[in-house]
Design a protein around this ligand. Sequence first.
Ligand SMILES: NC(=O)C1=CN([C@@H]2O[C@H](COP(=O)(O)OP(=O)(O)OC[C@H]3O[C@@H](n4cnc5c(N)ncnc54)[C@H](O)[C@@H]3O)[C@@H](O)[C@H]2O)C=CC1
Ligand SMILES: O=C(O)/C=C/C=C(\O)C(=O)O
Length: 487
Amino acid sequence: MTRLITSFIDGEFQSPDGARLFDKRSPVDGRVIARIAEAPQAEVDRAVQAARAALLGDWGRMPMEKRSALLHAVADEITRRFDDFVEAEMADTGQPAHVMTQVFIPRGAANFKVFADVVKNVPTESFRMDTPDGRGALNYAIRKPKGVIGVICPWNAPFLLMTWKLGPALACGNTVVVKPSEETPLTAALLGEVMAKVGVPRGVYNVVNGFGPKSTGEFITTHPKVDAITFTGETRTGTAIMKAAAEGMRDVSFELGGKNAGIVFADADFDAAVDGIFRSAFLNTGQVCLGTERVYVERPIFEHFRDALKAKAEAVRYGRPEDHHSTYGPLISQEHRDKVLGYYQRAVDEGATVVTGGGVPDMPAELKGGCWVQPTIWTGLKDDASVVREEIFGPCCHLRPFDSEDEVVALANDNVYGLSTTIWTQNLTRAHRMAERIEVGITWINSWFLRDLRTPFGGSKQSGIGREGGVHSLEFYTETRNVCVKL
Ligand SMILES: NC(=O)C1=CN([C@@H]2O[C@H](COP(=O)(O)OP(=O)(O)OC[C@H]3O[C@@H](n4cnc5c(N)ncnc54)[C@H](O)[C@@H]3O)[C@@H](O)[C@H]2O)C=CC1
Ligand SMILES: O=C(O)/C=C/C=C(\O)C(=O)O
């Protein structure tokens, strides 16, 4: 069945009449699974107006307790409709059921619950000051919602990443105009049904679909009545959005690309390190901004590690996401596959040894139209090879031996990105020391993608601007104002 997805504005799905429709194809087999109505400027205008009206209306006046309770109800309804969300996200991304059921969809519900509680428990500061008359004055800070937030989302973990922004935005009392990626519109639409069902006031959550430049995305980011923009995606897109946000001095929060280093010392728990690096390179078919595309392995275990990682990569089971035997899915689109395969070719041109993969797997006839690529491991590239320096966002990594802590810290830092790193060693003193020296927003030690949602999350260097998570999200989603009372 081909679904029809339209904008969700002021609590209602819009009519497709007169809309320009575009196709959403399954990454698994290339079939058209949905037709999406692209929101023109006028529809974005209506979404922003609805969001502003809600700010001035029921939502803006709602006590924090009630707002928080409503967000818990949203999370509960997501959990009640868990299977629908799993099905929608699998259809959009083609990723295996276990990734949806264990990671992506539960995180969607958690993103609402955590921030519904955080906002109720964060104090604001207060300063008592002296005054010349001796009576003094009292300053206290208050937090106010920033207003209408433009939420621009990527396709790689659509529901997790969208709700990671919506949870704090709504908990803080803002309203939102969301643009899902053109590749993954389904769960954002489903969330509209959830919002309406649990009684989130009209206009609080609005969704408009479409593309980026000269389309819906740009209509949001250039809209003068959008007060701030949160975005996850490519660094170049972040640059374009930042330019748009400069007009009107609007605030931005960006989570951008990465070219993350994984570091494995000879004293690491070997099997745990192989498992950890395997997951960090190949989970979600490598389409994770936190993923590891550069792996540095201490020389004494280099060959052993390479062979163990190769064996795991060659054991992935390709297949339809709903088939519980599948462990590995396709890339998101043919366009993205062309990009990744371009890097596979470039690696060879740059002199790599292909340890495994490097091409397209031989799929059964009914899946040949999908966006499949092999998990790929290289060795032997120079440190300045483009494949070692640029974000590929595919299921691939380059392994390189190292001999000392100083050398590997320098290698890890030798990149324009600084999102995350994963260090595998039993010497925790060394690991702590390295965590202080590696220029990234998030360091995992003997783990990867282990998320406590209260912690600061974001990138250094060209990997982002700002931190979200726990109280840090409040820095972006609220404006702190000071009140000074003369006593
Ligand atoms: N989490 C991450 O770090 C992600 C990184 N990427 C990287 O980006 C590459 C391209 O993927 P895309 O989905 O095309 O990423 P992208 O950054 O172009 O798009 C992400 C979102 O931004 C919107 N957008 C694009 N240009 C815009 C503009 N000028 N104004 C407003 N909105 C705009 C898109 O429609 C989409 O919703 C990937 O190959 C990967 O390398 C992609 C997705 C997530
Ligand atoms: O766990 C989070 O909050 C964010 C995860 C980010 C990604 O998976 C990504 O952008 O690829």
